[in-house]
Design a protein around this ligand. Structure first.
Ligand code: SF4
Length: 65
């Protein structure tokens, strides 16, 4: 099993919603209108789309390890 870790830098996120529209199974808005991870989301299953969202984020707020 591949271990993945996804982080969203809350300082950088501008709440544009791009990551959420690319992979709503993984990203959602929090109370501050910034992106956060959906609880219990299967990161490995959505790996490719997570990387797409990471590349599409206009402020590079998403990091994938
Ligand atoms: S794409 Fe980047 S800036 Fe936009 S909501 Fe997602 S993390 Fe925030």
């Amino acid at each position: 099993m591949i271990f993945m870790k996804v982080k969203i830098d809350q300082e950088k996120c501008i709440g544009c919603g791009t990551c959420i529209s690319i992979v709503p199974e993984i990203f959602k808005f929090n109370a501050d209108n910034k992106a956060e991870l959906v609880d219990g989301a299967d990161l490995t299953e959505h790996k490719e789309k997570i990387n797409q969202a990471k590349d599409a984020c206009p402020v590079q707020a998403i990091s994938v390890e």
